[in-house]
Design a protein around this ligand. Structure first.
Ligand code: HEC
Length: 123
């Protein structure tokens, strides 16, 4: 009886929300791996075909040192908050016309939410 009741107490402490969020970020890590990691690294300072996405959530567009952005991205005046990322990742070319990011977009809203939850952990 001791172990199950302890588990219940822990669940209460952590809270269902936190548990659900942790799961989203974990699912988002898989989305990142399959959809983004061919061009983007989550590691600070590591630029590939695309800029490092370390710390991207909340960052102003076009700011990663050493990465050669398109003028479209650099001068977009966007801040990558969650809502902007959600629109951008749905159809990048609609939010940043003439971007050089060759990615058509992620249409699945759940996968986008998971992915953004994962990106939020990169700090
Ligand atoms: C085939 C390569 C490629 C893929 C796949 C790709 N990207 Fe990109 N990404 C780029 C390039 C190149 C840029 C720079 C765009 C520019 O300068 O116009 C970029 C830019 C970005 C930016 C803007 C960063 C900044 O500092 O302003 C974000 C955010 C981003 N990508 C997120 C993603 C996410 C999330 C995925 C996966 C769903 C993804 N990208 C998939 C190549 C890619």
């Amino acid at each position: 009886m001791r172990v199950p009741s302890l588990a219940l107490v822990l669940l209460g402490v952590i809270g269902v929300d936190a548990a659900a969020q942790a799961q989203d970020a974990a699912a988002g890590a898989v989305v990142f791996k399959t959809q983004c990691s061919v061009c983007h690294s989550p590691v600070e300072g590591k630029n590939m075909v695309g800029p490092s996405l370390f710390g991207v959530v909340g960052r102003v567009a076009g700011q990663v040192p050493g990465f050669r952005y398109s003028p479209a991205n650099k001068d977009s005046d966007l801040t990558w908050d969650q809502a902007t990322l959600d629109r951008y990742l749905t159809t990048p070319q609609a939010v940043v016309p003439k971007t050089i990011m060759p990615y058509a977009g992620l249409k699945d809203a759940t996968k986008r939410a998971d992915l953004i939850a994962y990106l939020s952990t990169l700090h």
